[in-house]
Design a binder for this molecule. Structure first.
Ligand code: ARG
Length: 599
């Protein structure tokens, strides 16, 4: 379905044409003087030179033809030549009625359905998720949903960090602590135990312990690091016991990760990791050497990725270190190759901290240069900013440690539970469920409403407030609508709100100014979604939702709805409410949270 602004531009463009001017001058924009008018067209000023005429004369000519237009209820010429426009009520009503019954509220299906892999989450096995992992998960999930909502195929891949030195560190430490395990007995030929020889809690304790030890400048530290590298090497070369132990580490960790991501309403289609491409690295390396792309420099195998137009330093992309070991680069390139072979995506989108920007630039250039991807395969990195505490520094616990995501979410849930249990008629069960929905919206909206590339302050008190630009405020607005509809159904002694209030029966022409504003905000949905998709920017959906909630609440405070005596008018209001609810819930779903029935 056409976007409202395009329709209005066509209308004004036609009037320019009839008056003898180019129709491209008829571009309409939302007014930057809302006190004067709703929309404006500045084409007369742009055309003055070309037509050698005063803008005001052009505007007057055009305005004459716009009198016939059904799109505007007011057309005013304003010196030196602006066209100030207000939308016609019936035109708006018709537009909304079409939108209300169109699939996806009037968002057109794409001309070509693309296949997109979204690489997000990116946790490292055996390391607990911390607040830094929040953004990749939350933004990535929403980006995936935006792509899907547009009508494309999106495949979410978690791309686990499950292969490097960190695995060797854990194995080396386990070997010290439990040398009697069969995994370390190279002559063992039997079947290894099904049960992992550790719990997730132990694993999470082992990793930081081992990592710290390996960095110590003592004899013991150095020896341990060597041992860990040896373990990594053995694991990667396929030593049976090490592989079996690694599988346990992976399973225990993935079970825990799934639980954590489930709590965030984040799900992945693929749980692949760096380890999955281990076996194809040698083939890729050969290919890069044979193609003349890769060469040895100081013992390391590299591919140049500099371009003539570069203004910044662009180091070569290292494929193998001088000891022959592969790197983070190597696994990412091999993953690209693997994805091209098995999924053949049109695009790959990566979500990481923006500090990896240069890294991805190198990897993408390298993939292009070595023709791992096709010429028109789109490779996109979305780099996000840091989550800061209220002191403006990276978010920490009160004692200065790294905040575990799980505990952070638990604390916010508890805080919400307190708030919701106070003075509300709800069972404990209900209050808990509601609290977790509200907490999730608070956290996700708090993150998503910021432009991804910006740092933001994780301000729990602000995020959880029921007022202002917050998740809970949006939920509250939907809950308000639900409760009005429910009350109406109760008055009519039915539980079937849907047949009682059916949007398809038609919305009415607005009856007051705040209702008109609300309708106009609703009508920009498809344009907003298109631009959120074009920029893969969930914050645009957030801004739309917030404006919609504000427009609704202004209308609600100004309008008698349930006490309206004219039954037809009342139904008109209620249908509008329902459309607002549906659009809001659709946007929330794309952002990855949802509203309770009560709060
Ligand atoms: N595990 C990585 C890290 O902790 C993030 C992975 C991001 N995805 C990728 N394809 N490199 O930094």
């Amino acid at each position: 379905m056409e976007k409202l602004l395009d329709l209005l531009s066509d209308e004004v463009g036609a009037a320019f044409e009839k008056a003898g001017y180019g129709k491209e001058l008829g571009r309409v924009a939302v007014s930057n003087r809302p006190d004067l008018c709703e929309y404006q067209c500045n084409g007369s000023l742009a055309g003055a030179k070309q037509y050698k005429k005063a803008p005001i004369m052009i505007a007057n000519d055009v305005a004459e033809f716009l009198k016939e237009s059904k799109a505007f209820e007011k057309v005013e010429v304003c010196p030196p030549g602006f066209l100030n426009l207000n939308l016609d009520g019936d035109f708006l009503k018709d537009y909304l009625n079409r939108m209300a019954v169109s699939p996806k509220f009037g968002l057109d299906a794409p001309e070509k359905r693309l296949k997109v892999i979204v690489d997000y989450g990116g946790p490292n096995v055996a390391k607990p998720l911390h607040v830094g992992h929040l953004r990749s998960a939350v933004i990535g999930e929403s980006v995936k949903r935006i792509i899907r909502f547009m009508g494309h195929e999106a495949i979410g891949d978690i791309h686990l960090g499950d292969w490097g030195l960190q695995m060797g560190l854990i194995i080396a430490e386990l070997k010290l602590r439990k040398p009697e395990l069969p995994y370390f007995d190279e002559s063992f030929e039997g079947e290894y135990p099904k049960e992992a020889p550790f719990t997730i809690a132990e694993l999470e304790e082992i990793y930081p312990f081992a990592s710290k030890k390996s960095k110590e400048d003592s004899e013991e530290g150095k020896k341990f690091k060597e041992e860990a590298m040896e373990c990594t090497f053995k694991l990667q070369s396929g030593v049976r016991g090490y592989r079996a132990l690694w599988k346990h580490i992976l399973n225990v960790s993935v079970t825990d990760l799934k639980r954590n991501y489930d709590n965030l309403n984040v799900t992945f289609d693929l749980w692949k990791g760096e380890s999955d491409v281990h076996d194809i690295i040698p083939g890729m390396v050969d290919y890069m050497k044979q193609g003349g792309y890769a060469y040895y420099s100081d013992g390391a195998l590299v591919v140049d990725v500099k371009e003539d137009t570069d203004t910044k330093e662009m180091p070569p992309c290292m494929i193998l270190k001088s000891d022959g070991a592969s790197l983070y680069n190597t696994t990412d390139l091999a993953t690209i190759m693997d994805r091209m072979e098995h999924y053949h995506p049109d695009r790959m989108v990566y979500l990481t901290d923006k500090r990896q920007e240069l890294y991805f630039e190198q990897v993408f250039r390298c993939a292009r240069k070595t023709k791992l991807v096709e010429e028109d395969t789109d490779l996109i990195h979305i780099g996000f900013g840091t989550v800061n505490g209220s002191d403006g520094h990276a978010f920490k616990t009160r004692d200065g440690g790294v905040q575990r995501l799980e505990y952070l979410i638990r604390d916010i849930n508890n805080q919400m539970f307190q708030k919701i249990s106070e003075g509300r008629e709800m069972t404990e069960e209900e209050a808990k469920e509601t609290a977790s929905l509200v907490a999730l919206a608070a956290i996700k909206y708090g993150d998503l409403s910021n432009q991804a590339s910006k740092d933001y302050i994780f301000d729990i008190d602000r995020f959880t407030s029921f007022e202002g630009d917050t998740g809970p405020y949006l939920l509250y607005t939907v809950v308000r609508i639900k409760s009005i509809l429910k009350k109406f159904a109760e008055q009519k002694e039915t539980a079937d709100i849907d047949s009682l209030v059916d949007i398809a029966d038609g919305l009415h022409k607005y009856t007051n100014e705040s209702e008109k504003k609300l309708c106009m905000q609703l009508a920009t949905f498809n344009a907003m979604m298109e631009s959120a998709y074009a920029e893969l920017a969930p914050h645009k959906i957030c801004a739309y939702l917030y404006d919609l909630a504000n427009a609704f609440n202004a209308f609600y405070h100004e309008t008698k709805i349930l006490s309206e005596e004219d039954e037809e008018k009342k139904l008109g209001y209620l249908r509008l409410l329902k459309l607002v609810q549906e659009v809001m819930e659709c946007c929330m779903d794309i952002l990855g949270f949802s509203a309770p029935d009560k709060m």
